[in-house]
Design a protein around this ligand. Structure first.
Ligand code: OSB
Ligand code: MG
Length: 369
């Protein structure tokens, strides 16, 4: 397969409600879409998960767009005939920028699979036609408001809820949600690196609330501190920000710092590396689940395919389109009883509403061979 050009489009999607985490509040999603056009007239879609600002990782959407336009897309175009498996090698001379690389690889992979008539789920080795999904709930102004928000999601049928926590918004809100919804609600928390070593004792007290896991309480590079917590805590310690590849995941697991792994394809450089993360975790007996980055239907479709692999035994952060967007850029994804169907069509298995994308586009550029 030959790629003739990459088109980069930036779209602005307003969020239905502001999303607050320990690293800040988001009110709109500024998304970079990558369209890979083949010489045979096939278009593959990629979504870059970089946020507007470098607050979750070093990457941010303006930078991702520039690195793709200036380095990654030209390197892939110069490769001649390519498959998705070639993209990592062709771009390996450029350090880091995993979210940017992932978006390019995803667009190439989607084009490749659409040409071959194969779904992403079968390509990756998926074994399930539906997957369990949950919702990630942001930090609220009051605990009462949090309980109301969670109630709304429980009424929508979600059975697993992830609460964002930070120092000053942890034990009390978690206790209130557990108390309001009882022992059957699958509950977990995510600190997005907001704690320091002096938070060990407080975090250990979360053991009282029967949580599925506690996600990334400490700095991304502090594997040792996560291992110390894992030793002291009954609740499994899960890593997100720390896991940048299959290699760093294996090392974190062997260090005792990662009892469950959150897999985000963008964070590890693409769906192919995400599958390798899944494979090492499975070999080391560590359960995995699919994380989210407020994706549009494009990223959501691909994440459902990934989550259909056998090691994904915990519900993913793959909520319905309506959790974030009044109108998606694909047909809306809907969760029923906390489950979602894995797309079966070629590639990511969904069509993009190009007219709607055109209406939301703030800038576009094309990189041709
Ligand atoms: O840490 O998992 C995270 C969103 C943006 C950046 C980081 C994270 C998140 C979420 C939302 O928790 C997951 C989703 O619903 O897409
Ligand atoms: Mg997280």
């Amino acid at each position: 397969m030959k790629i003739e050009s990459f088109e980069l489009k930036r779209i602005q999607l307003p969020l239905v409600t502001p999303f607050r985490t320990s690293f800040g509040v988001q009110t709109v999603r500024d998304v970079l879409l990558v369209f890979a056009r083949t010489t045979d007239g096939v278009t593959g879609y990629g979504e870059c998960v970089a946020l507007a600002d470098p607050v979750y990782s070093e990457e941010y959407v303006d930078g991702a767009e520039q690195v793709i336009a200036r380095y990654l897309a030209p390197a892939v175009l110069a490769g001649g005939g390519v498959t998705a498996a070639d993209v990592a090698r062709l771009t390996s001379g450029f350090v880091g920028n995993r979210m940017a690389k992932a978006a390019v690889e995803m667009a190439v992979l989607d084009a490749e699979l659409r040409s071959a008539g194969m779904s992403l789920a079968s390509y990756l080795g998926g074994v399930r036609s539906t997957v369990e999904v949950g919702v990630s709930v942001g930090i609220t102004a009051t605990v009462a408001e949090l309980v109301d928000v969670v109630r709304g999601h429980v009424e929508e049928g979600y059975r697993r809820v992830k609460l964002k926590i930070q120092p000053g918004f942890d034990l009390e809100p978690v206790a209130a949600v557990r108390e309001a919804f009882g022992p059957d609600l699958l509950l977990q928390v995510d600190a997005n690196t907001a704690y320091r070593a002096d938070g060990l004792a407080l975090l250990t007290r979360l053991d009282a609330f029967d949580l599925l896991l506690v996600e990334q309480p400490f700095d991304h590079d502090d594997i040792e501190l996560h291992a110390r917590l894992a030793e002291r805590m009954r609740t499994p310690v899960c890593l997100d920000e720390s896991l940048t590849s299959a290699k760093t995941t294996a090392a974190a697991i062997r260090a005792g710092a990662c009892e469950i792994a959150n897999i985000k394809p963008g964070r590890v450089g693409g769906y192919l590396e995400a599958r390798r993360v899944h494979d090492v975790a499975q070999a080391l007996d560590v359960p995995v689940w699919c994380g989210g980055m407020l994706e549009t239907g494009v990223g959501r479709a691909a994440n459902l395919a990934l989550a259909s692999l056998p090691g994904f035994t915990l519900p993913g952060d793959i909520s319905g389109s309506a959790r974030y967007y009044r109108e998606d850029i694909t047909p809306p994804f809907v969760a029923r009883d906390g489950r979602m169907a894995v797309p079966t069509g070629p590639g990511i298995g969904v069509e993009v509403d190009e007219e709607r994308v055109a209406g939301l586009t703030t800038r576009r550029q094309e990189i041709a061979r």
